[in-house]
Design a protein around this ligand. Structure first.
Ligand SMILES: NC(=O)CC[C@H](N)C(=O)O
Length: 491
């Protein structure tokens, strides 16, 4: 299909001697608003070559929404040049939906009340692909994949684009002279096809942590996931069996925080789609099979380096565990853990994981190589510098917000020289503040802690809180099986 700008001038009412005006004559949205740097332009040129050479017919152009879930359109080969010049449009309400896909703001009023102009009437949002994210999908023939940032049609960045929230936050960290490296451990469940009652069937009865033969029973799955993720250029380090029935884990090599967040978006989508093609169902929901199911966590390993690439968390002497920078960063993570829970554990279900003796934390504290503590400090060893492992997150978290929230808390720790206190030897009994018991409690904590608003603006925090509050309120209004069993026969 020709765009309006491609009409020959005669058709458009001009003189016939003038050559047709081509779309390329006018700067597209990306050029007009200077949205790409040299790296993106070079990657786009490379992308076009790959598309031609491999005969790619379709490219999925999407963005990670507030829940970290990809939404977008599949663009044909013919439309791709235009999508790269000017992005693609989607309804702006995609940025206002809760996990049930319900728009939480009154968008058909003059002011939907989100504090940012551009959402009334569900006008367009523009997805501007980041060509450095281009991949060829190994499981869908002739199909490419691109992740985008979100803008309004007038060129303003949409403040609710969480990929941009992380980029800005990492920029503020760089202004302080630091770079963040992130390593990812992501747990998930894989079930068989649902039974006749729709209930997912576990692949295994549960077993022993890291049991080699247990994984061998799922060798075909392990090979399919390894091959699929590696073909996507994801830095897979390991794949293992966890405790629970049908519970697995992948680990991804540490890399710069921005790419690590993109990796999680892609890895989750890839694992779900690869499993579905194998007749299986993967889920990153924290506790997917009722009260008996094991909890899944997303342990986020983090370290800082200074501008010259030197590790910034390592202590100067053998008697300390962390540098002053490391201690203050850790202090910040602890001080803002309750409010930050909204970002690392954003679902109702995720709060059912904070249980004692479970290898998930139940309170705010740190320990030295202690897997019961919320923050496990991994001391510098021959194999690498000191790092902090935050064990509070669930694998369904939006990676951009989870990581950006670490930076906000850590930066505040640096600014205030926050003392993390003593390490916990007995993390499930120590007198330390409890983590929020529910998404509602976490939202209350966020409302009481201004640090995230100061960093991202009150619009962003209010927007995310409103979406999550809507979800939590629907949950509260739901009458569960537990209530039925508990009370029906008694009263
Ligand atoms: N092996 C482990 O560390 C288990 C972690 C645990 N599944 C969690 O919820 O975090």
């Amino acid at each position: 299909m020709r765009s309006v700008d491609e009409r020959p001038v005669s058709e458009a009412g001009g003189g016939s001697a003038v050559r047709p005006m081509l779309a390329s004559d006018r700067a597209g949205f990306v050029a007009r608003h200077e949205l790409w740097g040299d790296t993106e332009h070079a990657a786009a040129a490379q992308l076009r070559r790959v598309v031609d050479e491999l005969g790619i017919e379709r490219v999925r152009v999407g963005f990670a929404d507030q829940h970290g879930v990809v939404h977008g359109k599949t663009v044909t080969r013919e439309a791709l040049p235009d999508a790269l010049r000017s992005g693609i449009t989607v309804p702006s309400s995609l940025l206002l939906k809760d996990t049930a896909g319900r728009t939480v703001a009154p968008v058909f009023t003059a002011d939907p009340g989100v504090g940012v102009a551009g959402f009334a009437g569900i006008g367009d949002a523009v997805l501007v692909p980041d060509p450095t994210t281009f991949r060829v999908l190994p499981w869908s023939r002739d199909t490419g994949w691109l992740l985008s940032d979100v803008y309004f049609p007038d060129g303003r960045p949409v403040p609710f684009c969480t990929r941009s929230v992380l980029r800005a936050e990492l920029g503020r960290l760089a202004d302080r002279g630091f770079e963040l490296t992130v390593g990812v451990e992501l747990e998930f469940h894989v079930f068989g096809a649902p039974g006749p009652d729709g209930v997912p069937v576990p692949l295994s009865a549960g077993g022993q942590l890291l049991h080699e033969e247990g994984l061998d029973r799922h060798d075909e799955l392990a090979r399919a996931l390894h091959r699929g993720l590696t073909d996507l250029d994801l830095p897979v380090r390991s794949l293992e069996l966890e405790f629970g029935p049908s519970q697995f884990e992948i680990t991804l090599a540490a890399r710069d925080a921005r790419r690590a967040a993109d990796d999680v978006v892609l890895a989750r989508a890839a694992i779900r789609q690869l499993c579905r093609r194998a007749g299986l169902q993967a889920t990153f929901m924290c506790r997917p099979a009722g009260s008996t199911s094991a909890s899944t966590g997303w342990h986020l390993h983090q370290s800082l380096s200074d501008g010259t690439g030197r590790p910034a968390l390592d202590p100067a002497g053998p008697h300390e565990i962390l540098s002053p920078t490391g201690r203050h960063w850790l202090g910040g993570l602890l001080a803002h853990a309750a409010a930050g829970a909204v970002f690392c554990t954003p679902t109702v279900n995720g709060y059912k994981r904070y249980l004692p003796q479970s290898l998930a934390p139940d309170r705010v504290g740190w320990g030295i190589d202690n897997r019961g503590a919320m923050i496990r400090v991994c001391p510098a060893r021959d194999s690498g510098g000191a790092r902090l492992e935050n064990r509070a997150g669930e694998p369904a978290a939006n990676p951009y917000l989870y990581i950006a929230a670490q930076v906000v808390a850590g930066r505040d720790g640096l600014a205030c020289a926050t003392d993390p206190g003593e390490p916990l030897d007995a993390p499930y009994t120590a007198p330390a503040p409890a983590l929020p018991r529910s998404l509602g409690e976490a939202l209350d904590a966020l409302g009481a802690d201004p640090v995230f608003e100061r960093a991202w603006g009150s619009e962003v925090v209010s927007w995310f809180s409103a979406i999550k509050r809507a979800e939590f309120d629907r949950y509260l209004a739901h009458v569960s099986d537990w209530e039925q069993h508990e009370y029906f026969g008694l009263f």
